[in-house]
Ligand binder design. Sequence first.
Ligand SMILES: Nc1ncnc2c1ncn2[C@@H]1O[C@H](COP(=O)(O)OP(=O)(O)OP(=O)(O)O)[C@@H](O)[C@H]1O
Ligand SMILES: [Mg+2]
Length: 328
Amino acid sequence: MTTTLDRLTQEAGAPAFGRDALIVCDSLVRIYQSEGIEVQALQGLDLLVEPGELVAIVGASGSGKSTLLAVLSGLDVPTAGRVRVGDWDLMAMTSAQRVAYRRQMVGFVWQQTARNLVPYLSATENVTLPLALAGSGRREREARAAELLELLGVGYCADRRPGQLSGGEQQRVAIGVALATSPQVVFADEPTGELDSATSDLVLESLRMVNRELGTTVVVVTHDPGVSEHVQRTVAIRDGRTSSETVRRTHLRDDGTEHVVAEEFAVLDRAGRVQLPAEYREALELSGRVRLALEASHVSVWPDRPRVAPTQPTAAPQDGTHEGGPHR
Ligand SMILES: Nc1ncnc2c1ncn2[C@@H]1O[C@H](COP(=O)(O)OP(=O)(O)OP(=O)(O)O)[C@@H](O)[C@H]1O
Ligand SMILES: [Mg+2]
């Protein structure tokens, strides 16, 4: 399915939105109807994830994070928009393709430790289960399970059932289950939500290691406010849309030592919309109409109020760019 924006960009000779990305969410809308009330959980969400990336998704409760992950993991179908993961068009899959997508292309880790593992199977048996469904032989399955549990630092838990494991151990075994069939992408929805902060760090570190060592693309939803210190890119969702991104970069100081800088950016959507943070709007009482002005290197936003003209000239503007206010 092509959207109007795609058609326009293709006609203009520009590449389609997210052509080289592994995950493309294009103007995703998900509306829930319950008891006559309509909830817009996703309101035109755009998101691109490149192959091999580790992206954290943060946002207030109810902002649409789990809805997005349910769509991406093939459990839910959006009301409108376009969503592609690899070669899989998630809007147009048959139910058989949906099952194949969930078995081959993606793995999941959920918040509730109990939802990830079968309680009466050992850690090894839990990891081998998706491989048995995929039809691989017993020896191969057991070797893969041993390798994954070892990699995740829970090799010593191989013969224990979930009830005999701590929360952090259970979540690391769950990452093993998610990785069993070597999916290209792992989605994790608050995998650390039920854990204390030290254990959370361990589980997040396991996801980073999986991303680094196995090259698996990882999208993780988390409440952990410190996550942007640990991942390359953190996407914030507000009211069903991506509102800002924090990008972590490593700079080299003159003396050769490294320092990490996390910088937050607003996201400009494909229609040119950007969300001004509430504190900026409040500080300048920006609401309803605002004036935009194109400057040499930036765009300024002005309140729609007559500006009080100084009775007599005060100091000349430092850079001259604000003189006369916005162009109209
Ligand atoms: N099955 C459903 N039926 C009706 N409304 C739903 C359903 N699932 C989610 N919603 C609503 O959609 C919105 C987004 O919910 P979602 O679960 O995606 O939020 P979230 O960001 O994951 O929140 P949390 O951090 O609390 O997990 C909320 O207003 C929620 O009440
Ligand atoms: Mg949620």
